[in-house]
Each structure stands twice: as C-alpha cells, then as structure tokens.
Design a protein around this ligand. Sequence first.
Ligand code: SAH
Length: 224
Amino acid sequence: MVDFAALRQKMVDEQLKARDIRDMRVLQAMNHVPRHEFVPPELQHLAYQDKPLPIGENQTISQPYIVALMTQMLQLEGHERVLEIGTGCGYQTAVLCELAAYVYSLERFALLADRASTTLARLGYDNLDIHVGDGSQGLPDMEPFDAIIVTAAAPSIPGPLVSQLSPNQGRLVVPVGDSKGQHIYIVQRIGDKNKVKRTIPVRFVPLIGRFGFRDDGNPPPATV
Ligand code: SAH
C-alpha cells in the first residue's frame, strides 16, 4: 500500500516550504487535501510529484507548487466568497474550500464538472457550487467576489472578471499570455482603481471562451 499521507507531507516540505510558500493556512490545506483522489486511478502514484498530470478532455491538474503559489496570492483568511474559473478535476477547488467560506467554480466541460462534483462530495466538501459554462464571463449573478482565480491561460485580463471583484480589495489571479507561455497577473481592486502586478512565468492550458481564446486556440479578432 502506498503511504499517500507521507508522500503529501514530503510534497509540502520539499516542493512548497523549500520554495516560497509561507502562508501557513495554504501549507496546512495542501497537507490535508488528498490530491491522489483527484487524478485518474492509474496515475495516483504520481499525484504528489512536482509536475502537472493529465485529467482527461486534454486538460491537466496543475503542479502542486503552482496551486499553492496562486492560492497564496489570493491571501484568503476564511471569510471570503471565491470564484474559480477552470474546475478541472476539482483539486484546486478543494484547497479553496479549506481556506474560504464559499467557492463558486466554473468549468466548460460537463464531464469534468460532474466528475469533480462527485469527488468533492465524496470527500465531504459542501461549501461549493460548480457550474458548467464559459468562465471567461464570470458569474454575474453571484458577484461581487472577494477573490477570483483562473486556472487556464487568458490572452488578456478578462474585463468581466475585474468588474465582478469586490471594490473592497477584491483580487484576481490569472495567467495571461499566448499559447507559448504566460505570466501570472494579480489584479487588486480598490474602489474604482485597479492595481496590476505581473509575476512569474507559467504555462497553462488555454481559457476558451468569449473573453479567452477561440476554440481553435487563437485570440479573438481585435475589436476597434
Ligand atoms: N484547477 C484545475 C486545472 C484544470 S486545467 C485542476 O486543478 O484540475 C484548466 C481547466 O479550465 C480545464 O478543465 C478547462 O476545461 C477549463 N476551462 C478552459 N476554458 C474555460 C472557460 N472559458 N470556462 C470554464 N472553464 C474553462
């Protein structure tokens, strides 16, 4: 039998603490969520390695460090309403459920959304709501959000997501760039002003949608 708890502790020590993950709550959450439950059975033994893995529909579960880093950037304290774009297998969703009051998550593939819902329910998470749809447009019915995280690459910062942030220091974390590579951006909304910060280079699967890339992977035609 594989000792998943020991592998998870090792992941936290060697991949997160040894780098720049300092938020104790993030470290605790990553030590608690059983990442192997979110990957296909034949890949469970690789679940705690320092890399992304395939989860079906041509999509991937992000590398643990990137999940930790983006979550740390959200600066969650426990009382927040969070919006996640790109549910995928639901692993990042579980980490957010541990750290915030309520999580809304949007996924464009119904199959992935269903599978993630099942896994999260089986593990006892009940402070979340998964929707199927185009997350590049956000979830206007439920705004404002204290924090928004996008786990797919956008060609530019999606406007609807910024406008759905709480004016009281709402923050958005989103990878922005082209198909070759992106950088993680942090947008912080203070009143009607936005503070934008570009951080580290990353590589994500594309955000496909109205304010993302087109289905063929190209950005939408420029509007004049
Ligand atoms: N956080 C996920 C990462 C999944 S990869 C995890 O830990 O598993 C990115 C996900 O974004 C994919 O599941 C993809 O289908 C989804 N996605 C891409 N464009 C989207 C859009 N416009 N709206 C919602 N989900 C989208």
